[in-house]
Design a protein. Structure first.
Length: 87
């Protein structure tokens, strides 16, 4: 099952109701014009811990989702998310 969530609905309360482990894809508006549906992806655990590959470190890292997504200034990196079920 896929669910697109725009930024205005991305809250800590929403994340409390997610499965223990879920796939997460990051969407940036306009990317579809260049053939991309998803800009980046990773796995979210316990509604908080994002595991994703980062080219700046050259490896998979664990970060706090909200710090990664919204940064210190509270400005989202992307325009929304797609959650996908892990089986």
């Amino acid at each position: 099952m896929l669910k697109y969530i725009p930024n205005e609905y991305i809250t800590k309360e929403l994340f409390q109701n997610l499965p223990k482990a879920i796939g997460i894809a990051f969407v940036k508006e306009g990317d579809e014009k260049i053939g991309l549906d998803v800009r980046h992806e990773g796995f979210l655990f316990d509604g908080q811990f994002l595991f994703h590959a980062t080219p700046t470190e050259g490896k998979v890292v664990e970060v706090d989702f909200f710090e990664y997504y919204f940064g210190k200034e509270g400005n989202p990196r992307f325009d929304g998310l797609i959650f996908f079920e892990i089986k």
